[in-house]
Design a binder for this molecule. Structure first.
Ligand SMILES: [Fe+2]
Length: 410
């Protein structure tokens, strides 16, 4: 649990959160300023602190991020690590493997704390943060959410891993690579390995869970972005790894494929990104196997109809960006709404005239051919449970809904 705070005040800052770097830097600086005001009795002092921390700090942060260099990319092999790991249960007598997935969670809100405490209650073997540390992935923000003694992130006994979102890259990825990844790890037998890069593959005899880095290429550079907007493409190092180390194009490998990324492959609400999917399909070759793809970025819980974007693979797409930020529940335009199968639009509370939905996370359970995902909200209600079964002869996926709240139907 973090320092005492007014959850309402904290949540309000995230309402109407823009996606520009400038706005997010401004909000980070505002947080610093408010802390100074709280710690200062003199008004004069507070005003001078405002200029010092907010205005100049903002300008410096913003300019440095816009023109400064990105943190160097990290890829496998690195420190004798291939980035491919065997899934293992943290309880010797249990065959089932469980993973909790949280996206857009790291907001240090009352809601994110509640979601994390709920994750802890379910004791998953693995926990994965699928990106976006608010506001700009600064060292302090990594600390507040993940590494401080009072931070609420739950570390799975078998592993705890992170993907980068766009917000981490608003500060050039420095804190992501230098502070967050060193705190993340994977257990291989009795050996604990530190996460070495912003992507990874977890696998067993039936499933491969591949975390993709779409964050590093999601933020453009000044001027260049006008001619060439960021497309979240997979960098060459990641493509080489997928092709040569993960070997996802192996036609004899019929294991079920589950992709995780921060950025949406499909969205009914805002921009989606076809390029990573097209790159994946190039590597998959002639195979027409469907894949499962989970992402965040949109602050809501959405189950999409099976579909594809551009020349990407046929995918069961799910958006679980409802980890910690105020959850959006508006419907998209009718033409886009047809992409949606289920959507959690239940109103949890109204704040400043905004109807907000339920935060939550996804709990995956792997049991031989079966993969089950239970979506739980912050009150521990299971809003939807779905299950896939992979046919190990041809890699095809059977899908069924086990349980769903009637309100989620679209
Ligand atoms: Fe995002």
């Amino acid at each position: 649990m973090s320092e005492p705070k007014s959850s309402q005040e904290r949540a309000k800052k995230y309402l109407d959160l823009g996606h520009s770097e400038a706005e997010n830097h401004a909000k980070t600086q505002l947080e610093l300023y408010e802390k100074h005001v709280k710690d200062t009795s003199s008004v004069t002092n507070a005003i001078s602190e405002f200029f010092k921390t907010n205005l100049f700090g903002f300008a410096w942060h913003y300019l440095r991020s816009r023109f400064g260099p990105r943190h160097p990319y990290q890829a496998y092999p690195r420190n004798d690590d291939s980035g491919v790991y065997n899934l293992q249960s943290s309880i010797a007598s249990r065959d089932e493997i469980t993973l909790a997935l949280l996206s857009d969670w790291a907001s240090d809100t009352e809601e994110s704390d509640r979601v994390a405490h709920l994750v802890a209650k379910h004791i998953p073997d693995y926990t994965i943060h699928m990106g976006d540390i608010y506001f700009v992935g600064a060292p302090k923000e990594v600390e507040e959410n993940f590494t401080a003694p009072y931070a609420s992130w739950y570390y799975g006994a078998s592993g705890s891993l992170a993907l980068s979102g766009n917000h981490e890259m608003y500060s050039n990825g420095n804190a992501f690579f230098q502070h967050l990844l060193p705190a993340m790890y994977i257990q291989q037998g009795d050996v604990r390995k530190t996460q070495q890069a912003g992507f990874f593959c977890l696998e067993n005899d039936y499933w491969r869970i591949i975390g993709l880095d779409t964050g590093y290429t999601s933020v453009g550079r000044p001027f260049v972005e006008i001619l060439s907007p960021p497309d979240c493409h997979l960098k060459k190092e990641q493509m080489d790894w997928l092709r040569d180390v993960v070997n996802i194009g192996n036609p004899d490998d019929k294991r079920g494929l589950l992709f995780l990324s921060h950025h949406p492959y499909i969205s009914a609400f805002r921009e989606d990104y076809a390029r990573p999917g097209e790159q994946i399909r190039e590597l998959l070759g002639a195979s027409e196997r469907p894949v499962i793809w989970l992402w965040g970025h949109d602050h809501r819980l959405v189950v999409y109809n099976q579909g594809r974007n551009g020349k990407g693979p046929l995918a069961y797409g799910r958006c679980l960006g409802h980890g910690g930020l105020p959850v959006e529940i508006q419907m998209p335009d009718p033409t886009d709404a047809s992409k949606i199968r289920y959507y959690d639009r239940r109103v949890r509370k109204v704040l400043k005239g905004h109807a907000l939905g339920y935060n939550g996370f996804a709990m995956l359970s792997l049991s031989n051919e079966k993969l089950t995902i239970a979506y739980r909200d912050l009150e521990d209600t299971c809003v939807l449970t779905e299950q896939w079964k992979v046919d190990m002869q041809n890699g095809q996926l059977g899908w069924e809904v086990i349980q769903v709240l009637p309100e989620l139907a679209v």
